[in-house]
Design a protein around this ligand. Structure first.
Ligand code: PEP
Ligand code: MG
Length: 324
């Protein structure tokens, strides 16, 4: 099986009838690039920058961040690199920020909420990103966006830093795409409005599932509720994809679901443009794609949306598709 996968390493990702989707990787540090290359990744769909901030005693400098981001962007050349701004809080703590303990950290002061308040820290990261963008195909993505006001505010801060850099004569990315993660149900519901203002969506199902089902992603006692194949989740995913396409924008997915063999045919059928996953899932997914047509996937997705339980959805896919 591994040999069959390896044959597709330098091939584009296509269904049996030639419909192309992008299979890209989730990374945590520039060292993960080796795995992206050896597994034939078409780019990076999620660079989780928080690891640069963790396991140390102070914030990383602009220079240090610039080094890390540009290393990734340069290595990928023309291939896209989606870098997510700091997503701290929830399960990820930074001791040196000295934040008070919260009763519900996953519903608390985290990610973009924290960045919009601690703006010095945010601006430093944005400057590093803007500068790194001059070396390749970088896209910026904001995590945990719940409202349009948050997106507008974050984008304004980005524009301000860009203007400052330009007036200093520092090279910056000239056509930077700015997108958001869709991982909060309100944002999925508001996708038609968001789609007019963002350049792209990336659906973060790890959190979207936990917030939709009100089931902690780390709590085994409620893991039976944490179901990617739930028709509720599929319907939210559809809303986001449809809204983006209506405005000529694209939608990716960077949660674990994007590389799940049960989910892949359904996501192709729903029209997902970009699948971002662990590097080791890329070749199996590329192989799986060659086994069905876009139309077969569309028919299955349409039926799945009307089913009543995640078990029915799973059974439908298992009956109709080869799972690699
Ligand atoms: C997600 O929520 O799906 C996601 C990709 O982000 P993280 O797992 O880092 O929260
Ligand atoms: Mg998340």
């Amino acid at each position: 099986q591994k040999e069959e996968w390896a044959k597709l390493k330098n091939e584009p990702s296509k269904t049996k009838d030639g419909h192309h989707v992008e299979l890209v990787a989730n990374i945590g540090t520039p060292d993960d690039l080796e795995g992206v290359e050896s597994n034939g990744g078409e780019g990076v769909g999620l660079y989780r920058t928080e690891f640069l901030y963790m396991g140390r005693s102070e914030l990383p400098s602009e220079e240090e961040q610039y080094e890390a981001y540009s290393r990734v962007v340069k290595a990928m050349g023309d291939r896209p690199v989606v870098i997510r701004t700091l997503d701290i809080g929830g399960d990820k703590e930074l001791s040196y920020l000295d934040l008070p303990e919260e009763m519900n950290p996953f519903l608390g002061f985290r990610a973009i909420r924290l960045c919009l308040e601690m703006q010095d820290m945010f601006r430093t990261q944005l400057r590093a990103l803007l500068r790194a963008g001059a070396h390749g195909n970088l896209k910026v993505m904001f995590p945990m966006i719940a409202t349009l006001q948050e997106f507008r505010e974050a984008k304004k801060v980005l524009e301000e830093e860009k203007e400052k850099l330009v007036s200093e004569g520092t090279p910056v990315s000239d056509n930077l795409e700015v997108g958001i993660m869709v991982e909060i149900p309100s944002t999925a519901v508001m996708a038609p409005q968001f789609a007019k203002e963002v350049d792209f969506f990336s659906i973060g199902t790890n959190d979207l599932i936990q917030y939709t089902m009100a089931a902690d992603r780390m709590n085994e006692r409620v893991s039976y509720l944490y179901q990617p194949y739930s028709p509720a989740i599929l319907n939210l995913v559809k809303m986001v994809i449809d809204a983006s396409h209506k405005e000529g924008k694209w939608t990716g997915m960077c949660g674990e679901m994007a590389g799940d063999p049960i989910a892949v045919p359904l996501l192709v059928g729903l029209g997902l443009d970009e699948f971002s996953m662990s590097a080791t899932s890329i070749l199996p997914a590329r192989t799986q794609l060659t086994g069905f047509t876009k139309e077969e996937a569309e028919r299955a997705a349409e039926e799945a949306l009307t089913l009543s339980t995640d078990e029915e959805v799973k059974a439908l896919v298992e009956k109709q598709f080869t799972l690699s």
